[in-house]
Design a protein around this ligand. Structure first.
Ligand code: AMP
Ligand code: TRP
Length: 327
């Protein structure tokens, strides 16, 4: 089985990314041949600082290994190192529907917030479809917010197969049942987000223990005192239950039973300690890995080579089926 996922090297990665992303990457690498892509080409579609892109690409590589990706098992690489990605995106843009792209929730939300809306922000999901389809992917581990983009990738694959003959596997999404959508600690009606959440609303993977404790202590809770999972009625507490479940691996009903009548205070303290216990070793590993840049770059070079070899035959087939004269 082929597994593929991508993650943007912008900003600082948070607990939501851990839950929908990193945690699932480390788990799925055990199930087949896995590719994880640092999607730097996606990150230029909204305003960004070139220097920061450079640093955060290496930061993210270190986080991917620190959260459990094994370079001998998984292929970790940078999107711009494999030119098949932008090539595939251009070819696929001819089978992507303009109307469907305009219905992408992420495009609508992000374009509302920008003064300058780039064409790349609009075609972004086509690049993502190419990422996935080039690897003949079976399974795509993602958070809830990427489901619509994956549907689009499936539609693109089917349309291409229909028009030019069977070329692509049609991939399936894997979204975790618990923790597919971690919410902002201060505004639990909104998802925890790199760009939209204030510092107090998101726990960063690299936050030191006291910062994590402070953020969880001041997390917004709901009226009442019972620790119960009811996202509509109790968005704050329900989110904390999901966070604790992700951090400890315990099911939510078990947590409800344990904290039922103890009040919010002790529960929040335990959530904080569970998150510290999870993230502290990750941060330590991250710092070690990030300090050795030549080693990181070496791992990424190895990954890019493997990715190029794997993507190339699919790209070649695309060109041939579409009628291009090959050199
Ligand atoms: P990004 O940082 O946008 O590239 O996202 C990387 C991965 O993290 C994607 O699979 C997202 O679906 C996932 N993700 C982002 N935010 C959250 C969140 N609040 N809860 C769960 N998963 C998330
Ligand atoms: N669009 C995804 C996000 O913002 C990142 C991404 C790019 C991706 N290419 C991908 C995710 C391929 C899964 C598969 O989170």
């Amino acid at each position: 089985m082929r597994i593929f996922s991508g993650i943007q090297p912008t900003g600082e990665k948070h607990f939501g990314n851990y839950s929908g992303g990193f945690r699932q990457y480390a788990a799925t690498q055990e199930e087949g041949e896995a590719f994880f892509c640092i999607v730097d080409l996606h990150s230029i579609t909204t305003a960004y600082e070139p220097k920061e892109l450079h640093e955060s690409t290496l930061d993210l590589a270190a986080i991917l290994f620190a959260t459990g990706l094994d370079p001998d098992r998984s292929t970790v690489f940078v999107q711009s190192h494999v030119t098949a990605h932008p090539e595939a995106a251009w070819l696929l843009s001819s089978v992507a529907s303009y109307g469907q792209l305009g219905r992408m929730i992420q495009f609508k939300e992000k374009s509302e917030r920008q003064e300058f809306v780039s064409a790349g922000l609009f075609t972004y999901p086509v690049l993502m479809a190419g990422d996935i389809l080039l690897y003949q992917t079976d399974l795509v581990p993602i958070g809830d917010d990427q489901k619509q983009h994956l549907e689009l990738a499936r539609d693109i694959a089917e349309r291409f197969n229909h028009r030019y003959g069977e070329t692509f596997k049609v991939p399936e999404a894997r979204v975790p049942e618990t923790g597919g959508r971690i919410m902002d600690l201060q505004e639990p009606e909104r998802k925890m987000s790199t760009t939209d959440s204030q510092a107090a609303g998101k726990v960063l993977i690299t936050d030191p223990p006291d910062t994590i404790r402070k953020k969880l202590k001041s997390a917004v809770t709901d009226s009442g005192t019972d620790v119960r999972y009811a996202p509509e009625e109790k968005p704050g507490i329900s989110n904390l239950l999901e966070i604790m479940s992700v951090a400890t691996g315990e099911a939510i009903p078990e947590l409800e039973a344990r904290y039922d009548s103890g009040g919010y205070g002790p529960f929040k303290e335990d959530v904080a300690e569970a998150v510290v216990a999870l993230l502290d070793p990750i941060r330590t590993r991250y710092e070690e890995l990030r300090a050795d840049e030549p080693e990181l770059r070496g791992l990424l070079a190895r990954g890019a080579e493997k990715a190029r070899e794997t993507a190339e035959p699919t790209l070649e087939q695309m060109y041939e089926r579409m009628g291009f004269v090959r050199p």
